[in-house]
Design a protein around this ligand. Structure first.
Ligand code: ADP
Ligand code: MG
Length: 448
């Protein structure tokens, strides 16, 4: 097959698999000729070679056969010379030499250490447990099960444990991988008929960490194998650390015996971040950014603003700061509130607090011990008017509602009334310690 024929075939493949798949998986292949009936393709990474051979190998072979009869197999070779994967129906898989990558862990992120992990109330327990495991004393809880929402630091902590163990006890065989990689290796071992190797290798680790274990829920044979690996290691008193995005008993489609195994050690959760932790993380990251852009100024209040407004996910928070610095240095301007709002408009909109006007009104009425009807109603008594203004102010601060909309929800008041109320509270916040304290309390309650 000539390069021209391959070129023509690519168009057909694109139609078959769709443009996105084509761009991701087919286009990066570089055709390298046919040798003894084997069409060779170079691919950029090992992962790609496996993925393409598993998912597109047959299709590719079928399409190639329409062009020429000389091709009986396709082979993918990683451009930097890693071992090629053979794509062919199972019966035709040739025995391959044992590859050490069966037990290669996932690469560790050099930034994810204990040093860079900021500890606050929401994660102090998880952090302490991780520290304990990283000391590699006698195994006290097995497994350590860390769970929490996306971007709260599970992977960071696991990498930190790994780094720490490597530094303290280099002789230990520490293996970190995602549950997805576990499955992928398991499937690979099945395909290559090397289950004995697989079992032996996994049972030879001293510390096993499996990230995002919820991934194998519903994947029965992988679960089964995971269960056996798990038991074998626990029996040998080897430490296991597992993470998931939810508690063991909330993982659906997980076999009961596995679930109860997962719960048999220490289960700790990472709580959603609070304002203080977010600010702490930003301050830590700020130093790194300052080192990169030493001449860039940043206004006071920007970090606080970000910690306030981006409350979902630490990854998003970090990304926002990175973007901000990159943007400011590109345009050569200091980081002001205005620039922040401009540069991060989309992020800020996306992470808009879901606090509703209703909630604010209820909480404020409760706080000042007045009836909701009185706060919203027409009475002008100071004891009703002040809480009303506080609620208006919080609506302006914590929701994306416009002044006219807020006015409407406060008994059909005019937007100028709302504006006046918001201004009044802004003044009082500075003059009156009690109001400032009320606002802080209410904000926390609403954000919790
Ligand atoms: P998860 O695995 O829970 O989804 P990650 O561990 O990948 O989350 O964390 C997402 C990002 O947030 C990473 O860049 C991580 O370094 C950062 N991060 C999360 N929590 C903290 C923390 N307490 N201190 C410093 N960085 C953190
Ligand atoms: Mg993770």
């Amino acid at each position: 097959m000539t390069q021209e024929q391959w070129g023509a075939l690519q168009h057909k493949l694109c139609e078959t698999v769709g443009e996105n798949n084509y761009k991701t998986w087919i286009k990066p292949l570089s055709y390298d000729g046919v040798n003894e009936g084997v069409a060779l393709f170079k691919v950029p990474t090992n992962f790609m070679s496996t993925y393409v051979s598993q998912n597109y190998g047959d299709l590719l072979l079928a399409q190639l056969s329409t062009v020429t009869t000389e091709i009986r197999r396709v082979q993918f070779k990683v451009a930097n010379g890693e071992r090629p994967r053979v794509a062919a129906p199972a019966a035709r898989v040739e025995p391959t030499a044992p590859s050490s990558d069966l037990l290669r862990g996932a690469p560790l992120d050099t930034r994810f250490t204990f040093d860079t992990f900021v500890v606050g109330k929401p994660n102090e327990l998880a952090h302490a447990a991780a520290r304990r495991v990283a000391e590699n004393g006698p195994v006290t809880f097995n497994p350590l099960f860390l769970y929490g929402g996306v971007g709260l630091g599970k992977t960071h902590l696991m990498h930190a444990i790994s780094w720490e163990l490597r530094a303290r006890s280099p002789e230990l065989n520490v293996l970190y991988l995602s549950a997805e990689q576990f499955m992928y290796r398991f499937v690979q071992a099945l395909r290559e008929r090397r289950m004995m190797d697989f079992k032996e290798m996994f049972r030879s680790v001293d510390v096993l960490m499996v990230d995002d274990v919820q991934f194998i829920a519903g994947k029965d044979s992988t679960q089964e194998e995971f269960f056996h690996t798990f038991n074998a290691l626990v029996d040998q008193q080897k430490q296991i650390i597992i993470s998931a995005d939810r508690a063991p008993d909330e993982i659906k489609d997980m076999e009961n015996r596995i679930r109860s195994r997962l719960q048999s050690g220490l289960v700790v959760d990472l709580h959603p971040t609070d304002y203080e932790l977010r600010l702490g993380i930003l301050q830590t990251k700020l130093e790194a950014h300052r080192a990169l852009y030493p001449s860039l100024g940043i206004d006071g209040g920007v970090l606080e603003f970000l910690a306030h407004r981006i409350s979902t996910n630490v990854r998003v928070l970090e990304g926002a700061l990175t973007r901000l610095f990159a943007f400011a240095s590109l345009v050569g301007k200091p980081i002001t509130m205005e620039l922040t709002q401009d540069c991060l408009a989309d992020v800020l909109r996306a992470s808009e607090r879901k606090v509703s006007i209703d909630e604010i009104q209820r909480k404020v009425a409760e706080h000042y011990n007045i009836r909701l009807a009185d706060m919203i109603g027409p009475k002008r008594l100071r004891s009703f008017a002040r809480p009303r203004q506080v609620a208006m102010y919080l609506c302006k601060q914590l929701t994306s509602r416009s002044l006219p909309e807020i006015g409407r929800r406060f008994g059909g008041r005019d937007h100028t009334t709302v504006m006046h109320g918001v201004k009044r509270i802004e003044e009082l916040k500075i003059q009156d310690g009690q109001i400032a304290e009320d606002l802080e309390l209410l904000r926390r309650a609403l954000e919790a």
